[in-house]
Design a protein around this ligand. Structure first.
Ligand code: MLT
Length: 304
């Protein structure tokens, strides 16, 4: 069996697969080259750097490629329906990065509410802006979580432990044994901090209208997907002071995000590193081994 891990893979996972006579190529190939070689592999593993579009799937059609694994949660860089129609299975690793993303969100929350982001910039320029950086505590504030899947819930648990009141909105989940569900509009008007944990959407879930419903001085964090917030509307609200701070790990354009937004003094930004921890990548590697094992058993290709 041959695997192409086009965006890399945890070294221990590679070694384990190789010990089981599975060949793993962890080199990265750009689109044109990838289209040419994809048919030589049974399994393609990707992160966010590779896009599996219709062209790539067409190139793989009728070859031995039968499984695509997204090492991560979001499947928005894969034409899932198109692949499945051509008989190629698509899987992801939804369990592995939960804690890492939730911790990064907390980092951004405290960063923007205590000016840690901008202090790091101005102190390097020799400034001492002690008086300008009076922040607010997160303890006692209301955190509104939009999207209450694994990551949203994990964030809720952590935030509650830090003394926050947690409410959530989710399209499907309306009841939780611990946290209170609120309709979206109500949540927007009540929360001091809002964090988004939903998959990519065709149009932003937070735009001008939604921003208007929020409290003056709200803090917004997005470590889910760039397009779910209208970046122009967010920038406008930051400039007006309506939004007191934004923590952003994801952007409409990646790489090459809106520089005006990233360099705004009230923005804390990171380059899509929610799942970029040693622990998450290790767990992703283990989850992938599980998927490959299941696939090997089903297809009787190899016994791990
Ligand atoms: C994910 O969908 O799991 C994340 O965006 C992680 C990533 O691609 O780096």
């Amino acid at each position: 069996m041959r695997i192409l891990a086009n965006d890399g893979l945890d070294i221990e996972a590679i070694e384990k697969l190789e010990r089981n006579n599975i060949e793993v190529n962890a080199n990265h190939y750009e689109k044109d080259e990838l289209n040419k070689i994809i048919g030589n592999y049974d399994i393609l593993i990707i992160r966010s750097a590779t896009t599996v579009d219709k062209e790539l799937i067409e190139a793989a059609k009728g070859t031995k490629l039968s499984l695509i694994i997204r090492a991560g949660v979001g499947l928005d860089n894969i034409e899932v329906g198109y692949a499945e129609n051509k008989g190629i299975m698509v899987r992801n690793t939804p369990n592995s990065s939960t804690n890492s993303v939730a911790e990064l969100v907390l980092g951004h929350m405290i960063g923007i509410s205590r000016f840690i982001n901008i202090s790091n910039v101005t102190m390097r320029e020799g400034q001492w802006n002690k008086k300008a950086y009076t922040g607010v505590e997160i303890c006692g504030k209301t955190l509104g979580i939009i999207g209450f899947g694994r990551i949203g819930k994990s964030l809720g648990e952590k935030a509650e432990a830090l003394g926050m009141d947690v409410v959530f909105y989710d399209k499907l989940i309306k009841i939780d044994n611990k946290f209170k569900y609120l309709p979206l509009e109500e949540l927007l008007g009540k929360a001091d901090f809002i964090s988004l944990h939903i998959p990519a959407t065709h149009k932003p879930i937070i735009g001008e209208e939604e921003l208007k419903l929020m409290k003056e001085g709200v803090f917004i964090i997005n470590a889910a997907r760039g397009g779910i917030i209208d970046e122009n509307a967010l920038l406008e609200s930051l400039n007006q002071g309506k939004v007191a701070g934004a923590g952003l790990d994801v952007f409409m354009r990646e790489p090459g995000p809106n520089l005006e937004l990233c360099s705004h003094p009230r923005v804390s930004c990171t380059p899509h590193i929610g799942a970029a921890t040693v622990e998450a990548q290790k767990r992703i590697g283990e989850e992938i081994i599980g998927i490959v094992m299941e696939y090997a058993t089903k297809t009787k290709t190899i016994a791990i």
